[in-house]
Design a protein around this ligand. Sequence first.
Ligand code: THG
Length: 267
Amino acid sequence: MIIIGEKINGTIPVVKKAIEEKDADFIRQRAIDQAEAGAHYLDVCAGTSPDIEVETLKWLMDIVQDAVDTPLCIDSPNPRTIEAVLKYARKPGIINSVSEEGDKTDVIYPLIAGTDWQVIALTCDNDGIPKTAQARIDIAKSLVEKAAKYDIAPDRIHLDPLVIALATDNNSVHNFVETMRDIKEMYPTIKITSGLSNISFGMPLRKVINQAFLTIATFFGMDSAIMDPCSRDMIAALLATEALMGKDRHCRKYNDAYRKGKIGPLK
Ligand code: THG
């Protein structure tokens, strides 16, 4: 599993406060903690008002890149923000995200053509998130075909089928798995990604639901996850799932994590 650490996001109240107070130490520690926990990319999202989004994102990017070598996942709903901050990235990472909304692909795809940047592509358009798997697949197709025009191959795309809260749509996980299966059939080298916490919105014991979702999605072939790599419970669920799938030879990763105290009860 490719882990995209989610903890530097201005929509999280403690991070919002750190941004407002210019508390670089707090952001730096979150970067170090996530890198040490094994994150492969670090999501950075300003989550602030649009007028200061670019300067906030640059500030976050500089702190993270001074602290760790982990590549960034630059998270903004505004493609022009991404365009403005891309030059501050010291190595290629992931752009989060494009979709069929507005002119997102027209701005982002040319930016990353001929580079090693990857991109998260959301299956939504100007009408929002479609309800049926088929409508999502149609959007995915269009996003991949447009990327191909810029020589952006499917293996650089993390398709995010945007899982809907289970409390809103009882069929949400079935829909996610079906979309994932169909998209992988069309584009075997594409990556499928998801935020893990959307599924449990409005439910108690959210982490229990998120863990079960991570297990199911991993089993059916999800490639990357936007998640909290510092959560021992989430990492335990992930390592257990990979071991159960026969993807962890001699269960070595699982056993090592236990021995090093990364999973299991705190002693
Ligand atoms: N898909 C894509 N990008 C995304 C999402 C997605 N970016 C944003 C979001 N969803 C993923 N990021 C987060 C970040 C934080 C939380 C959930 C999703 C979260 N944090 C805890 C909270 O706020 O209570 C606490 C975290 C902490 O303290 O560190 O729930 O779906 N492409």
